[in-house]
Design a binder for this molecule. Structure first.
Ligand code: HEC
Ligand code: HEC
Length: 250
């Protein structure tokens, strides 16, 4: 049994040691913020993107670094998952991207018709800069799976529903090939699924030849001025690989 004064000393000593450890760990954590968050990359554009994020309560539907609501996708790694070209088109008109599903708000400040071309482009670019910065924060291993975009659940559901037929499993394999050649294409196109903003690519070889497809992928807007499909700035070798693959989709 401890005497009363020993118990008191034990209590006070324990409290002081724990409080000191707590203060030390807090200070140590705060001291690591600038490095972990790459504070030097917080440009005015990134800060403006952050303001758009907070002022419009994007967290009411999304999580960022695991914080927020679970209605819509986790966005910590959205820049790595999608890239700039995809995100630019998406924010302009999000509801076109996953037809017949839960909807993301179409914001006026991303809409050239509402706030003017320059203002909309700036708001979109700054939002993307913010996501690019967030994706680089060292979060002790939390990644918010970069490959977990909404079209993956659409594809998984389609694969499951259609699994028994040979044609359906062929289209799942083809989609996997497209994703491995360029994941961004698969963010807008399916093969035999048809649930995204771009046309389904099944049978595309019957519609177009190599020359047309090459030109289309290199610079879609020379063929259709107002197309949603962005120029992804791909090198000749990658374009050829993609065209060779598309020509197998008969
Ligand atoms: C009302 C809910 C809601 C709000 C508010 C919202 N979003 Fe979304 N967002 C969605 C939904 C839903 C999707 C995915 C669409 C789907 O699954 O069909 C999405 C998708 C996205 C994506 C693409 C994710 C991906 O990997 O495909 C980005 C980027 C995004 N939102 C950014 C934002 C930003 C920035 C804001 C605030 C300015 C915002 N969202 C506010 C519902 C919302
Ligand atoms: C941001 C979304 C988006 C991305 C990314 C995208 N596309 Fe498209 N694509 C479209 C849209 C939308 C169309 C339909 C053209 C239109 O009406 O504007 C299209 C049309 C096409 C067509 C013609 C299909 C047809 O039957 O008319 C092909 C082929 C194609 N895309 C291939 C690709 C490839 C390959 C990639 C990756 C390098 C890619 N797309 C990336 C949105 C996208």
């Amino acid at each position: 049994m401890l005497t009363k004064s020993a118990a008191k000393a034990f209590f006070l000593g324990g409290t002081v040691i724990c409080a000191a450890a707590f203060v030390f760990l807090t200070v140590d954590t705060i001291a690591q913020f600038p490095d972990r968050s790459h504070e030097e990359n917080m440009t005015p554009e990134v800060i403006h993107g952050f303001e758009i994020w907070t002022e419009n309560n994007c967290m009411g539907c999304h999580t960022l670094m695991g914080e927020g609501a679970y209605y819509a996708p986790e966005l910590t790694q959205v820049f790595r998952r999608r890239g700039e070209a995809w995100m630019t088109e998406f924010l302009k008109d999000p509801q076109a991207f996953y037809p017949n599903r839960r909807k993301m708000v179409q914001y006026d400040f991303y809409d050239a018709k509402k706030v003017g071309k320059e203002e909309a482009a700036k708001n979109i670019a700054d939002t993307i800069a913010f996501f690019n910065w967030v994706g680089d924060i060292d979060l002790n291993g939390f990644t918010g799976d970069p490959n977990n975009g909404p079209e993956q659940d659409i594809e998984k559901a389609a694969a499951k529903a259609a699994a028994p037929t040979a044609a359906a499993s062929a289209s799942v394999d083809q989609l996997a090939t497209l994703r491995s050649l360029n994941a961004v294409c698969a963010g807008c196109h399916t093969i035999g699924g048809g649930a995204l903003v771009g046309p389904d690519l099944a049978g595309v070889a019957n519609r177009f030849d190599a020359k047309y497809l090459t030109k289309w992928i290199q610079e879609p807007s020379t063929i259709k001025a107002d197309t949603t499909m962005p120029n992804l700035g791909l090198g000749d070798a990658q374009v050829k690989e993609l065209v060779d693959f598309l020509l197998t989709l008969k």
